[in-house]
Design a protein around this ligand. Structure first.
Ligand SMILES: [Zn+2]
Length: 158
């Protein structure tokens, strides 16, 4: 299924709101709050400490490659010598008709795990430069939340 850019954005926003509901700050356990959409390089921050992170939501199982965002701002930040912000990925998918979810936190994303690509000439934003996260399976991460509704439903039925 091919999703339009707007639909992606919508899924993204819902995923960010959900992150703030389901998990607390990985540093101090306080509430996470959303940053305004125009805020560069971060989607959520802690209401108490300095913690900030990018948040990505995907309707696929945990994997190495996750869609990022627009390349141009990212490139400026990297060129200025800043590090890639920590990344939280909200993986939500279905397995054997059961809802599954895993929220992973990647505290450090090296430059080699950022890959630039260009949208096709037929895309809604034709030839737009984007980046994706790659090689995530090789990076250390924290599992912040895990849902296996199949198991939970099994418990209810017994
Ligand atoms: Zn905090």
């Amino acid at each position: 299924m091919k999703l339009s850019g707007r639909l992606y954005k919508q899924i993204g926003n819902e995923g960010e709101i959900e992150i703030c509901d389901r998990i607390s700050c990985p540093n101090c356990q306080s509430k996470l709050v959303l940053l305004p959409p125009s805020f560069p390089m971060a989607d959520a921050q802690c209401s108490r400490c300095n913690f900030r992170a990018q948040v990505k939501t995907t309707s696929r199982s945990p994997r190495s490659s996750v869609r990022g965002a627009g390349w141009d701002i990212y490139e400026k930040v990297l060129k200025a010598g800043y590090l890639s912000p920590p990344l939280i990925v909200n993986f939500k998918w279905k397995h054997l008709k059961a809802e599954r979810q895993e929220i992973r936190f990647y505290p450090f994303i090296p430059r080699k795990n950022i890959q630039k690509y260009k949208l096709s000439a037929n895309a809604q934003r034709a030839n737009y430069k984007m980046f994706r996260y790659v090689g995530l399976n090789d990076l250390p991460y924290f599992t912040l939340f895990k849902l296996n509704s199949q198991k939970e439903r099994g418990k209810v039925e017994i």
